[in-house]
Write a new protein. Structure first.
Length: 277
């Protein structure tokens, strides 16, 4: 039995689906099983990494687990899992842990990695860079018009499709890549302006990027994220202006196939960027 935490998230939902496609027995935990919308064939239980009393039932009979990084709340899961016979954990971490300068996001993920490593369990870390799914934040703007407003339009990244992150995690679960850390990127360096153009092509409308001043962007993001995370994200965008993002071969090396392009991701999510009926 394989347990998937964070099963309704962008990555976790794909991990569940891909494990089922591999013929695996899958259990998922979520705070609201009645609203999970997960595929047939998965066992869905109520569970929450911040509520240890929900974890013994979730971990009963589980050999491997995909672990979502709930900051400061992994200790009970790892302890209870080890007592229940859990053998291997694949942690969703972040490429930020490899940055030369400390950062709030990188430090939080490093704490998660250390907790897993010190648990005594076999482990794999999956360290993606920027998610293509982050651009779903633009959907509200494209639903109402043809302009996407964001800061640092010329900032480049090599964003990765959530399906590719899941595919690497699934291989790590099935092949038990013990003691390995997979640093991931997408297949191409693209600025935000270029990504908006590609999105427009996917939905059949000529979208236009409009530069948003940093302070306005910060004010908006503070409603969604802690201040330290907001400043980290904005600083990273600023540092990426005029640069080419690093493209890594890891997805193809681990999965045996090339990663999805941004155009393929945009086509897959085109309806998310169209006006809602």
């Amino acid at each position: 039995m394989i347990l998937v935490t964070g099963a309704t998230g962008n990555v976790g939902r794909n991990v569940v689906r891909q494990l089922l496609d591999e013929g695996e027995k899958v259990r998922a935990i979520t705070r609201h099983p009645d609203r999970a919308g997960l595929p047939d064939g998965v066992e869905v239980l109520p569970g929450d990494l911040t509520r240890p009393e929900t974890l013994p039932a979730a971990l009963h009979g589980v050999e491997r687990a995909f672990l979502f990084p709930v900051f400061g709340s992994l200790g009970d899961f790892l302890r209870i899992g080890k007592e229940a016979g859990l053998q291997h954990v694949v942690l969703l971490s972040s490429g930020a842990v490899t940055f030369p300068a400390p950062s709030w996001i990188g430090d939080r993920h490093l704490e998660c990695e250390r907790a897993v490593e010190e648990s005594g369990l076999s482990w794999t870390h999956v360290r993606p860079g920027m998610f293509m799914a982050n651009d779903l934040d633009w959907a509200a703007q494209t639903a109402d018009g043809d302009v996407v407003r964001a800061p640092y339009g010329n900032a480049a990244a090599a964003p990765i499709d959530e399906r590719d992150i899941a595919a690497v995690a699934v291989r790590a679960l099935l092949d038990r890549h013990s003691g390995e850390a997979h640093l991931l990127s997408g297949p191409e360096s693209l600025t935000q302006i270029e990504r908006v153009r590609i999105l427009g092509e996917a939905i059949g409308r000529p979208l236009r990027f409009e530069e948003l001043p940093r302070e306005q962007a910060r004010e908006h993001l503070l409603g969604l994220l802690p201040p330290q995370a907001v400043d980290f994200m904005l600083d990273m965008l600023a540092s990426a202006v005029g640069r080419t993002a690093q493209v890594l071969p890891t997805v193809e090396q681990v999965t045996g196939r090339p990663p999805y392009t941004y155009a393929q991701w945009a086509a897959h999510h085109a309806d998310d960027f169209r006006p809602r009926a």
